[in-house]
Design a protein around this ligand. Sequence first.
Ligand SMILES: Cc1ncc(COP(=O)(O)O)c(C=O)c1O
Length: 678
Amino acid sequence: MSARLIAVAGTGTGVGKTVVTAGLAAALHRRGVGVRALKLVATGVAPGDAGADAALIGRATGARASDCVLETYRTARSPFAAATAEGRSVDVEALLARVRALTRERGHEVVIVEGTGGLLVPLTASATVRDLLRSLDAEVLIVARTDLGTVNHTALSVEAARNAGIRLLGVVMSDASGVEAGLAAENAGQIAAQCDIPVLGVLPRLADPEDVERLAGIVAATIDLAAFMPSASPVAGATVVASDRAHVWHPFTQTMEWRDEDPLVIRSGEGCWLVDVNGDRYLDGIASLWANVHGHAHPVLDRALHSQAGRIAHSTFLGQTHEPGALLAAELCARLPPELTRVFYSEAGAAAVEVALRVALLAQRYGGHPERNRFVSLADGYHGDTAAAVSVGRSAPFHRGLDPLLFDVLRVPPPHLVGEAAALAHASDVFARDGAHIAALVVEPRIQGAAGMWPHSDAYLRHVTGIARSHGALVICDEVATGFGRTGDLFAIGGAGVSPDILVLGKGLSGGYLPLSATVVTEAIYDVFTAPYEEHRTLYYGHTYSGNPIACAVARASLQLFDDADTLDRGRRLASRLSATLQQLVGLAVVREVRQRGVMVGIELGNPAGDALDPALRAGRRVTLAARRRHVIVRPLGDVVVLNPPLVMSEAEADMLVGAVAESVIEVAASVQELVPV
Ligand SMILES: Cc1ncc(COP(=O)(O)O)c(C=O)c1O
């Protein structure tokens, strides 16, 4: 169980943060709480010394001053300026690692870290104190002055914290300048009301703040110490599990296995890591279902989310518009083949597929071809779980018993089943026979993901879509899985040189943050729906939350990050790193095949003779559970173990991901008789 982590930030420099930090630590220490307090960075400290602030905090808790500060700089400037002046740089990652380690140390129930100055004080060229505190997922206490101007400074700090998704514990006011009691109380009341935040106390001006015994007493008398006590207990996790077990039904989750397994309860995320209620960290090897692009809790995306939420969380897109929805559509189209000009928003990928199928059918009808009412899709395709999406992506084991809901489609074998030439010949035959009745071909470009990561060549994609076109069918490319960099290009169609009539996007559209999907069509298709009211060509389709402004605002920020943060190149470098490290699995007797396109990877397990495994062995699931014990999250598709990490995963993290999966495969092979290499 990790300690409760509280960070102390000021509304500015010299507001009394250190006295409050030391006072709180001293008061908690005297109540028997296992408290550890320290400053993250101190500037203006002579080499070899820890500085006066660290000395005070040390005296408050009986610790050595040198243990009460993590980094010191001689120059009395902001950490970034001081580090730059001294030819050094603040090592944010090292600071994060050290604080996290402290929260796990035995005996630590509350860790209090004091930031430097205010929240937006720079630590490096790209990171502020706020970024660091947010990465720590600390509860933040804001220390404010009592005098004139404090309401404005405190409100700005509270807003800056909330915009970044920081959890605020409250405000403590420090009367460093000795204002009259009435003004301090008035300002405290105003801050509490205006910022909707608890003011946990007003620390009076102290004659001698260095007297820690007295300081502890005054803090206990003036500040609500209960707000700083260790978190109740590990009950939080247990309560979540109990409620879940009693009331939740999880998607694609075997209910009997779920009932019996020890569930992972995620509380927060950071970069490529997920953190559970116990503070244990897990590498997100599947980008939270192939969606996360730039990492969790990304400051830019968080900011976009919070700032839109501060304006309006939702207003309907039916017969109205808004800035994030309209601008996102334009920015998306600017990155797509020029023929694709109109964006229709939904939330799930499946819903966007549903729209694509309806639009294709109706476009053919309104274009004078009502007889074109059939769809062609690839065997082993997956397009989501609503009824029409399942019809074009049906798989026998999943969809048994659903026939009354589904319609019949023409299915063509993909290259991995019959080889590329035969797959094309088969498609040609189907179109030659039924072409006059086909509304559209639906295909996942470059790789059929959910069926087990089956790639095909760009040439196949160009040919099969060409065959469809030559018979008057529309082409629907479903890039819900492949879009946003996963196959090495922003969109697989761009890389493959294909321009469909209808493109379906989802998952990574919002950077993996919020439910948002899109069906993008050509102007020619949009035009056939544009007719007088009496013709009833309105697309009678839409969801309450279609085009949600927060999701659109985050999606815009995510698209911008592709430009600003070298995201595609990072994804390509990650793909090469994965491909190199995956070699360690290629030789294993229990691995039938390793398939990869970009960062999308499928490791197919088999027995040493090269045959498929008995599904009842649940080998894929066993591997994912073994990987979880190694703090790595992957998910099986049957006996294919899937890796599909955020594009920004580092090389070291990628090595850890593949290494843990390789170890897990070996462990499972050793424990399952049918898998043991002969
Ligand atoms: C190619 C493809 N299409 C559609 C979907 C469905 O998306 P959603 O789960 O958001 O409905 C998926 C989901 O994995 C997919 O891979």
